[in-house]
Design a protein around this ligand. Structure first.
Ligand code: HEM
Length: 97
């Protein structure tokens, strides 16, 4: 288990963690091998990169590769904070409340 705060500390060029779908990945060893380049990964280092990852429409191959770098998960508490935020945010912007 890692919190988002812990993930945020790993945002240096020789130490890069990201979050995808509430899972934590240490992609330091993958930076050089990423077909999309290392620059884009540095941009999201230490953050939840789920949106950027999904927007790119990564292949099944890419998703399999991902498993090699899985080191842990966000605790349920850290997750619900995030989704509570986005739920209330979209409710407000949609004007449903
Ligand atoms: C460990 C995490 C990741 C893995 C294993 C991975 C893997 C791959 C692979 C295998 C490709 C080649 C195309 C494909 O098979 O889909 C690719 C392309 C790409 N990736 Fe990732 N990726 C990761 C994270 C990310 C993230 C977080 C971003 C965005 C911030 C990103 C942006 C891109 C882009 C823009 C391309 C397209 C490159 C092109 O078509 O020229 N990737 N990635």
């Amino acid at each position: 288990m890692y919190t988002l705060e812990e993930v945020q500390e790993h945002n240096k060029t020789d130490d890069v963690w990201i979050v995808l779908h509430n899972k934590v990945y240490d992609i330091t060893r993958y930076l050089e091998d990423h077909p999309g380049g290392s620059a884009i990964l540095f941009e999201v280092a230490g953050t939840d990169a789920t949106e950027a990852f999904e927007e790119t429409g990564h292949s099944d191959e890419a998703r399999k590769e991902l498993e090699k770098y899985h080191i842990g998960d966000l605790p349920t508490e850290g997750r619900s904070k995030l989704s509570t935020f986005s739920r209330s945010f979209s409710r407000t912007t949609n004007g449903f409340d």
